[in-house]
Design a protein around this ligand. Structure first.
Ligand SMILES: [Zn+2]
Length: 302
């Protein structure tokens, strides 16, 4: 059994799980009352997970729940499309409806064991973001006392070739980029692209900021490194005009009921939880939102 410490740095729950679960419930109930369960079909929502496992771990969604969620997506008539394709269609100005993309962060082995069979069954693609140093064994995730098994390079290259799962970069050591010097941040970003490309023998287009933490500087490094898109952990819907280096995503949590999942899919959780910004600034030294992409984010928060 593994456990994710609440004092971990750089990723994972941004609020204590019980507080987060309670706040999520309230929001989902409010969404249901407001929408009567109608899913907002506009734009592309990106849903992300870490592990799919029965382990007692704040980052693990139970396989039974994962299946239930994916079957709901299929029954509700959603198209699940590749993340890079989604970014391209949005950049081309297409107004997508009832479309989502799926992500798994960090490259845990249980994603192949427990999520992949469901994705195969339903024909859903997904992107898996790996920190190349963690995969290599030269870095480890600081929030685990005992880190769950990660996919090996051999598994990653085979899965990537098979095509259901596409792999993207997640830096080398999974640092808080905001705490790094410019040179170190650039090395983490560009280095993970090179390391992953050497293994996959193809161009790597997508990168995920660890814990969604990044500045305009880091966004610049991503663009300069040749990535074609980057995902954050800012919740919300992606519409044409979205910054392709700051795509929004909503995390599916271990404690989420099917109603919580429906509300996240349907637009009931498109803005951050109240006080989340304050919490993250205190915890990570994240600066106040600014810049054009943030202005866009504010404009869409309702
Ligand atoms: Zn991560």
């Amino acid at each position: 059994m593994t456990s994710a410490s609440e004092t971990m740095r750089g990723v994972g729950p941004t609020l204590p799980p019980s507080v987060k679960a309670g706040a999520t419930r309230v929001r989902s109930a409010w969404w249901l009352a407001r929408s009567r369960g109608r899913l907002d079909p506009e734009g592309v929502r990106i849903l992300f997970y870490h592990r799919v496992s029965d382990d007692e771990d704040a980052l693990a969604v139970a396989p039974r729940r994962f299946r239930e969620q994916m079957e709901f997506v299929a029954a509700a008539g959603y198209a699940v499309i590749d993340l890079c394709k989604a970014a391209d269609l949005l950049a081309a100005g297409l107004s997508l409806r009832k479309t989502i993309a799926l992500n798994f962060d960090d490259g845990y082995q249980d994603v192949a064991e427990n999520a992949l069979p469901v994705l195969d069954e339903l024909g859903f693609p997904a992107t898996v973001f790996i920190a190349t140093g963690a995969t290599e064994g030269t870095a480890s995730f600081a929030w685990y006392e005992r880190q769950p098994p990660l996919l090996t390079w051999q598994e990653i290259t085979e899965l990537d070739r098979a095509g259901r799962l596409q792999f993207g970069a997640h830096t080398i050591t999974h640092p808080n980029l905001l705490a790094l010097s410019g040179e170190a941040a650039r090395d983490e970003i560009a280095g993970s692209k090179l390391a992953l490309e050497a293994k996959l023998e193809r161009e790597v287009e997508a990168v995920c900021y660890p814990a969604g933490l990044f500045s305009d500087r880091d966004r610049g490094f991503v663009a300069d490194s040749g990535f074609r898109l980057a995902v954050s952990c800012e919740p919300g819907v992606n519409r044409p005009g979205i910054d392709r280096f700051a795509l929004r995503r909503r995390q599916i949590d271990r404690a989420d009921s099917l109603l919580d999942f429906r509300a996240k899919l349907g637009g009931g959780h498109d803005s951050p939880l109240p006080l989340r910004g304050v919490y993250r600034r205190l915890r990570y030294g994240e600066r106040k939102p600014k810049g054009s992409s943030r202005a866009l984010a504010r404009a869409s928060l309702r």
